[in-house]
Design a protein around this ligand. Structure first.
Ligand code: ZN
Ligand code: ZN
Length: 693
């Protein structure tokens, strides 16, 4: 069968000796055993992979181990909660075999990526249910979103409405109980095209055509197969509570010229109680919806005649907004800002210089042209280019810097009508904009001062729960960024140091910076736990370059200033919307449309009530009179319901003494005060809330 040679290396020549048959068999046995031992040895030692856990402990496993196996080894309880896993920097299925050394983090419901895995998997589950209930439907995309997931579906001739959601939910619950596993399958581009052509799903075919062969995967769960790169939860049994929230129309790929698909939104949870809590929060959010409260409180309105997405501020809303502006103007004046005012339109060349033409030119409002000269103007999408021109309107010395130009500048950007939403998504809005022109060495103090302004605003408006995100360069792609590496280092270091000194709760994101500079964003959590991005401070090396801005340095040479864009509110429209929902229309005293209500105990005291009203008006206090023929108790209850902070009861004694009896909402009787004293009390409280006193 085979012959064995012994090869001897004698130093000078190789000596080959053929062995007798019996020896051959013996050697064959020895070799087989040796081979077996070797494989065992390599399996145990040489081919083990190192898995580094978040606490830096390193464990060795056979290649092919899964995150779920590792979780099970730690505890069965943990394994029941593992939704996916971060393997190095990618989120993977917890059931996907790991074949090489890796850092591993098990992801559960507590991790945002774990939640995202559950929600995206829920989109598959919903698609499976929809496909079973309405055979022949076709699928667009089904991603996870901030709160839940959606799937865009072409339902053909069937029209799905909200009333169908209960059936889909019911089917989803049944399928979830089946604990269907999600199976990942690599597939060639041709096979993928074949599968979806046979299925007749042109949307998936379009997506596959944009993918490269070798990077296409399918996921199968139950009867549903999807083109998907994953990851997914181990099985549908992890989904314990399901709520489909609403149905909307959505153009395929967001393109108004393409087919409108049916988008179904939903959310799922690993526990029933969490869903109940979420639904309760939604109920509360509905009550606080700024569109509803804005109407009830008479703050703003929209008119189709004026145009969608263009808010009209009513007197009470305009006054409230003005108070916000006055407050910020005061803080800015203290911090050395100078006001500027710029027009609502600008020549097209201005935006070509700034680069905004590339960004907004084709996809925003069409240009405005002049009748005779044929000049082209754009509605201002950003205030920055105008401020750059103000900076370059005269020469500057290093001694002039920093220069801080502030403007409540209204800008216009086109948004699709389907994207418009109350005051949070509009087509014309006013930014509390300012641009700081400074030297690279001044970035740190400027950031510090802007942060101080933002902190005062958050405090004055009771936004106590917020986090800060710092967006830095991707160190792997330094060529992507404009500006010298040295200046970037300096700015990034300054921002991180300031955040530490100000003791901010910071998340640092590498690679999230815009190409023109690092930035800092503030994410506020409102009273319902929803997150809003308010307030940005952005370093910019690009616009000073494009506008060729310079100052004369101490060395008598020309130098480029650094530009910092900053907007503590962001836009006044969006900020007011968030504020209304945060405080449920119960504004802090200094902002409240009505700060006091005068309650005469009978008609006899109407004249005195008017006298009090006049006095308060002259003292800059907003008050009204409840002159209804009602009992004082009822008037007080109604005033409390209307969230009016101060109730001023007037009768015979008060009129005689020239006083008012003061009740404060939520605090009860404060006693009787002269009008001067009352004005002091209110003004002091306003200043305390604004952080001024
Ligand atoms: Zn998927
Ligand atoms: Zn700007």
């Amino acid at each position: 069968m085979f012959q064995v040679f012994i090869i001897q290396n004698t130093g000078q020549s190789l000596k080959i000796q053929v062995l007798p048959k019996s020896t051959e068999v013996k050697i064959a046995c020895v070799l087989t055993s040796f081979y077996y031992l070797c494989t065992q040895f390599f399996n145990c030692i040489a081919l083990m992979i190192n898995i580094t856990l978040p606490d830096n402990t390193v464990k060795q496993y056979k290649p092919g181990i899964t995150a779920l196996d590792i979780a099970r080894e730690i505890s069965e309880g943990l394994a029941r909660n593992v939704l996916s896993a971060k393997v190095d920097d990618e989120v993977w299925d917890a059931t996907r075999p790991i074949h090489k050394d890796a850092r591993l983090k098990l992801l559960t419901w507590k991790d945002p990526e774990g939640k995202a895995t559950m929600w995206h998997s829920s989109a598959h589950l919903m698609a499976e249910a929809v496909e079973q209930l309405y055979p022949g439907v076709k699928f667009g995309i089904g991603p996870d979103i901030e709160n839940g997931f959606y799937y865009d579906i072409d339902t053909g001739d069937t029209v799905l409405t909200e009333s169908d959601l209960a059936d889909i939910e019911k089917r989803m619950n049944e399928l979830a109980k089946e604990k269907q596993s999600f199976r990942r399958e690599d597939i060639s581009k041709n096979e993928a095209l074949k599968y979806f052509s046979e299925k007749g799903d042109e949307y998936k075919l379009e997506l596959i055509n944009e993918l490269n062969d070798g990077e296409i995967t399918l996921y199968k769960s139950g009867t549903f197969t999807d083109l998907c790169r994953g990851p997914h939860i181990p099985d549908t049994g992890f989904i314990k509570a399901i709520k489909l929230l609403n149905i909307a129309g959505a153009y395929w790929r967001g393109d108004e010229n393409r087919k409108q698909l049916t988008r179904i939104y939903g959310i799922t949870f690993p526990k029933r109680a969490e869903l109940d809590e979420y639904l309760q929060m939604l109920e509360e959010a509905k009550k606080r919806d700024h569109r509803k409260l804005g109407k009830e409180l008479g703050l703003f309105t929209f008119s189709q005649r004026v145009g969608s997405g263009l808010p009209l501020w009513l007197p009470k809303g305009a006054q409230l907004r003005e108070r916000l502006e006055q407050y910020l103007k005061k803080l800015q004046k203290e911090a050395g800002y100078e006001p500027v005012i710029t027009p609502h339109i600008g020549n097209v060349n201005l935006y070509k210089t700034s680069g905004h033409y590339d960004k907004y030119g084709a996809d925003s409002f069409r240009p405005i042209t002049t009748p005779v000269q044929g000049e082209e103007f754009f509605l201002k999408p950003m205030n920055c280019p105008h401020h750059c021109e103000i900076f370059s309107s005269k020469p500057h010395s290093y001694k002039d810097l920093p220069i801080r130009y502030a403007e409540f500048g209204t800008v216009y950007r086109y948004e699709q009508s389907g994207e418009l939403h109350g005051l949070t998504r509009v087509r014309g809005f006013t930014q509390d904009d300012a641009h700081i022109f400074c030297t690279p060495d001044q970035i740190k103090t400027e950031f510090k001062d802007v942060i101080k302004i933002i902190m005062r605003i958050f405090k004055a408006l009771d936004f106590n729960d917020f986090t800060t995100q710092i967006s830095l360069r991707d160190p792997g792609t330094p060529d992507k960024y404009i500006g010298s590496s040295e200046n970037w280092d300096k700015a990034e270091r300054a921002i991180i140091e300031v955040a530490e000194e100000e003791k901010l709760d910071v998340v640092v994101e590498q690679g999230e910076a815009a190409f023109y500079g690092p930035k800092m964003d503030f994410m506020v959590k409102d009273a319902l736990g929803r997150k809003w991005q308010l307030g940005t401070i952005q370093v910019d090396y690009n616009l000073p370059e494009r506008f060729d801005l310079h100052y004369i340095g101490a060395d008598n040479e020309k130098h480029r200033p650094v530009m910092i864009h900053r907007a503590p509110f962001g836009s006044l429209e969006r900020f007011v919307a968030v504020l209304i929902e945060h405080c449920a229309g119960d504004f802090p005293l200094w902002l409240a449309p009505d700060q006091a209500i005068i309650l005469p105990i009978s008609e006899k005291y109407q004249n005195y009530a008017e006298k009090v009203s006049k006095f308060l008006k002259n003292s800059d206090i907003r008050a009204l009179i409840d002159d209804r023929n009602e009992k004082t108790g009822k008037k007080i209850r109604d005033a409390e319901l209307n969230k009016i902070p101060y109730m001023l009861v007037v009768g015979e004694r008060e009129e005689g003494e020239g006083t008012v009896s003061v009740r404060k909402r939520g605090a009860g009787d404060l006693g009787t005060f002269t009008l001067d004293k009352l004005a002091d009390i209110i003004h002091q409280e306003e200043e305390r809330l604004q952080g001024i006193s």
